[in-house]
Design a protein around this ligand. Structure first.
Ligand SMILES: *[C@@H]1O[C@H](CO)[C@@H](O)[C@H](O)[C@H]1NC(C)=O
Ligand SMILES: *[C@@H]1O[C@H](CO)[C@@H](O)[C@H](O)[C@H]1NC(C)=O
Ligand SMILES: *[C@@H]1O[C@H](CO)[C@@H](O)[C@H](O)[C@H]1NC(C)=O
Length: 449
């Protein structure tokens, strides 16, 4: 009996060891080269594996490769290590088909074998920041003042940071999962009064959101009561005939307050519009109050941006954005901004082809801009507007391109045609500034066929 057991064990363990040793992967922070025979084994070996599906002939892939090599050892050294791998998806077509690879490079992070597309930046340092985000806990529990500041520091400047004070993590877990790719979430458990002063809140529960990249923060005090499941206040109206389903429904609609705050706080109160932020805005259904100014960096622009922030915090159903003609001329000019147009100019844009001018509030003068912004918003809400269409095919083309990667090919074509037309018409060439902007955007987000 013992003999049988022992021999079974030997057989079993030898099967086990051969099946393991047949796929041994280096975990020294190099980029693993995978193929059809070891791809699945890699997925099941590593909790987190970041895969570059490349083609040897693709230029963007070649530019990405050294960045991956730089990022790989850092990713391998994280508390939740991420293994970096690449697979020639042009050659291993079965893998390419399985993961629906239709462009190169395609990047995916596999978490416990489940793929998620990665559209983040491709420079090594930023890539590390974005990937860290993917593998972080949904809600970090911070139990000291220094844990709070360390968390915020480590979060970097690419995402907003939410810190719940007087919350239990279970209360925001669902939303944290839902918005995981767009923000950091945490709850603070033990902290001193200094923290309340530092983050400027005076009661709890409070949800603080920080935009480290924009040096901005705001606070949400609720309503949390209804959301916490009470049948008090506004919900009492219908409580006489509430069923279980309805109760769940009302609870969910109360939770919407919190979700709305989170959704609306993914952007800073006043958002500079550039190629990156415009891409993020695509996911937001709100209309955009767009202020077009001469130059975003001037002192008087900064004054106005402050006013816009104040207006934004009182009008959270709208996004407040601004753009300097100096910063992005092509975009600004799509809204009837000419040399003689008085700036700053305000419009309400639907994020697509249409926008509205408010009658009598087209441009702001220098005096008391706060009241002028208020009048603009009143005029807009009263419907005292003129509807217009965005001009300039290049900007609309750009905006449309945000819908899907494939359209980038079309844009390239359109831009080529436009440049041809420009050359034929012997108009002024593209300015160096816009060209650089376009290029830097290109390298971080575009795909090559
Ligand atoms: C896949 O890669 C492994 C390790 O480099 C190698 O041993 C194996 O032969 C490769 N298989 C195929 C099908 O290329
Ligand atoms: C707080 O959250 C933890 C983890 O989700 C849970 O186990 C605990 O019951 C919650 N406490 C309260 C008071 O809700
Ligand atoms: C509703 O709120 C009031 C005070 O605002 C409180 O006295 C009452 O107990 C609450 N009722 C329930 C059911 O929570």
């Amino acid at each position: 009996m013992r003999l049988l057991e022992a021999s079974l064990w030997v057989v079993f363990s030898s099967i086990l060891s051969t099946s393991i040793s047949s796929h041994q992967f280096a975990t020294d922070g190099t980029v693993l080269e995978l193929n059809e025979s070891n791809f699945d084994a890699a997925l099941s070996t590593f909790d987190y594996i970041f895969v570059d599906f490349y083609a040897p002939w693709c230029g963007h892939c070649k530019r990405l490769a050294p960045e991956l090599e730089k990022a790989a050892p850092v990713l391998a050294g994280l508390m939740n290590p991420i293994v970096t791998a690449k697979v020639n998806a042009d050659k291993y077509t079965r893998i390419a088909a399985k993961y629906e690879i239709d462009g190169f490079p395609t990047l995916k992070i596999f978490m416990h074998g489940v793929p998620t597309d990665y559209y983040g930046p491709r420079k090594a340092d930023l890539l590390v920041r974005f990937l860290r985000k993917f593998v972080a806990p949904d809600v970090a529990v911070l139990s000291s003042d220094s844990a709070i500041s360390d968390f915020i520091e480590a979060a970097g400047t690419n995402f907003p940071v939410f810190v719940g004070f007087g919350f239990n993590e279970s209360e925001i877990t669902d939303l944290a999962i839902k918005y995981k790719k767009k923000a950091w979430f945490s709850v603070a458990k033990d902290f001193s009064e200094d923290v309340m002063v530092l983050y400027d809140f005076d009661k709890m529960p409070a949800l603080v959101v920080l935009h480290p990249g924009y040096n901005e923060q705001s606070i949400f005090y609720g309503p949390f009561e209804e959301w916490r499941g009470g049948d008090n206040g506004t919900l009492a109206v219908s409580s006489s005939f509430i069923t279980v389903e309805e109760r769940l429904g009302t609870r969910m609609s109360s939770e919407k307050f919190l979700e709305d705050f989170i959704k609306q706080s993914l952007f800073p109160l006043s958002l500079p519009i550039n190629q990156e932020t415009l891409k993020l805005l695509k996911d937001d259904k709100r209309k955009i109050v767009l202020t077009i100014m001469e130059d975003e960096t001037e002192d008087r622009s900064k004054q106005l941006i402050k006013i816009l922030k104040a207006a934004a915090s009182a009008n959270r159903d709208l996004v407040f954005g601004y753009v300097g003609v100096k910063q992005w001329q092509d975009f600004a000019e799509s809204f009837e901004v000419y040399k003689k147009t008085e700036l700053p100019k305000m419009i309400v844009w639907d994020g697509n082809e249409d926008y509205f001018s408010v009658v009598g509030s087209e441009s702001l003068t220098d005096e008391d801009q706060g009241s002028q912004v208020t009048r603009f918003l009143e005029g807009y809400r009263e419907g005292s507007v003129i509807q217009k269409q965005i001009s300039g095919p290049s900007v609309m083309g750009y905006i449309n391109s945000l819908i899907g990667i494939r359209t980038i090919y079309i844009i390239v074509f359109v831009v080529a045609v436009l440049m041809l037309i420009r050359t034929i018409n012997k108009e002024e060439p593209l300015t160096v500034g816009t060209r650089n902007q376009a290029e830097s955007n290109d390298s971080s987000t575009d795909k090559e066929d």
